[in-house]
Design a protein. Structure first.
Length: 419
């Protein structure tokens, strides 16, 4: 029973405490218990708690748009706040479809996603996802998404050109006139555990999408708001998607929030034709907007984006030094403060452990006993098998806290996996 959280520490009713190495679900970006966020929520509740977006605007929404506009890698960006990452991706898919309908391209409805993707747990987002454990039981509802290979430089020798050619072939096979959007995580998250694409991947994929009139959706729910050492992960490659989705770190867990952020001409085209029939009770929530703006303020004031890049290098070096030669560690990877260790039964063949051995779960439990939360990935190879641990603490973590997190994680690995 958690009763208190402050900074990077969570305390239970029995007095035990844990370092929050997972930021919940890689969501806590600025740390727990921030007085600025308490004040922002309190002031907004006291001033204007809730109005519906079909009836009223609110100053906090306009303030958020002004704060985020210069930071989001989308031209003339328009922002549609919702309640979480799944809703953000659902909104992005529906906006892509609505945009093509408004332009008279009535057949454009197919979404292309990658193998091993994760885009959320609601029905449309789950269909775009490729995480077997989450799809199990719902398969009769799913199957509309087309797939191209995952981008995982550890397990896949394909070059950026190979991936771009594969996307091009898939669009041509489906018929360019039928494809609405291509969606991908800039750096893989919950399924493939911070797997990185090959050099040049994102510019090459963007060029294919542009050539075929397919909208490019970057799912930055886990990677946005400084997590990878840039405001958004696609900034590492200088790419400007048509739509960017965000969540998690956007509110640092202080309020349920997701963001769908689209190119201005896309939003205008849809608005002018009245084709975006969409919305939620809690979308455009005044409190959520106030929280997100306050989070942006803290990230900028404390230099947390640069801090994430710096600490990411520290984490990579320490994890590599301590675990890089371990007989059952296949890869240590990531960007910024999104870091992962993938475990294998055989380093030479990179063969994963059998899922029945529950390696990721056992390491997670051992870390918890040592006073550390981490994020287990149980499908790191292909969305079905493969064990990895994600480390994604608040960007406000201190050097000493990060070192202690790594020490406890290494101890947990040694507890579970003998050399």
């Amino acid at each position: 029973m958690a009763v208190h959280a402050d900074g990077c520490t969570i305390t239970a009713a029995d007095g035990r405490s844990w370092l929050d190495g997972a930021g919940g679900a890689i969501a806590c970006s600025i740390g727990h218990g921030r007085a600025e966020l308490v004040a922002a929520v309190s002031d907004q509740v006291a001033t204007l708690d809730y109005v519906h977006a079909t009836q009223f605007e609110s100053a906090s929404l306009h303030d958020l748009a002004e704060r985020l506009g210069p930071l989001v890698p989308v031209d003339d960006v328009r922002i549609f706040p919702v309640s979480g990452g799944s809703e953000a991706n659902e909104s992005a898919f529906k906006l892509a479809r609505s945009y093509h309908v408004a332009r008279g391209d009535l057949d454009r409805h197919v979404v292309i996603a990658r193998s091993g993707a994760y885009h959320g747990n609601s029905r449309g987002a789950l269909d775009a996802s490729d995480r077997a454990a989450l799809r199990a039981g719902y398969e009769p509802w799913l199957g509309h998404t087309s797939r191209v290979p995952a981008a995982n430089r550890y397990r896949d020798a394909r070059s950026a050109a190979d991936h771009a050619n594969e996307l091009d072939r898939r669009i041509v096979e489906l018929g360019p006139e039928r494809v609405a959007a291509f969606v991908a995580e800039p750096v893989a998250g919950a399924t493939l555990a911070a797997a990185l694409p090959p050099d040049g991947y994102w510019p090459a994929m963007a060029e294919v999408c542009r050539r075929h009139g397919v909208l490019l959706i970057a799912d930055e729910v886990m990677t946005g708001f400084g997590r990878t050492g840039r405001w958004f992960a696609v900034d590492h490659w200088g790419v400007r998607p048509d739509i960017v989705t965000a969540g998690k770190g956007a509110s640092s867990g202080y309020w349920p929030l997701g963001l769908m952020m689209a190119r201005g001409d896309i939003a205008d085209t849809v608005t002018e034709h009245g084709t975006f029939v969409h919305g939620f009770t809690w979308s455009h929530h005044p409190i959520g907007a106030r929280v997100a703006a306050a989070v942006v303020d803290v990230i900028e004031r404390d230099g947390l984006v640069g801090r994430a890049e710096q600490l990411g290098r520290r984490a990579q070096a320490a994890l590599t030094d301590d675990l890089g030669d371990h007989a059952h560690v296949g890869d240590v990877r990531g960007l910024g403060l999104l870091r992962a260790v993938e475990f294998v039964a055989d380093r030479t063949t990179t063969a994963p452990f059998d899922r029945s051995e529950r390696v990721a779960e056992r390491i997670t439990a051992a870390a918890f006993e040592r006073g550390l939360t981490v994020y287990p990935c149980t499908s790191a190879v292909d969305g079905r098998v493969g064990d990895a641990i994600l480390l994604g603490p608040p960007l406000s973590v201190t050097d000493e806290e990060l070192d202690l997190m790594i020490e406890r994680l290494v101890g947990a690995v040694v507890d579970v996996l003998a050399e």
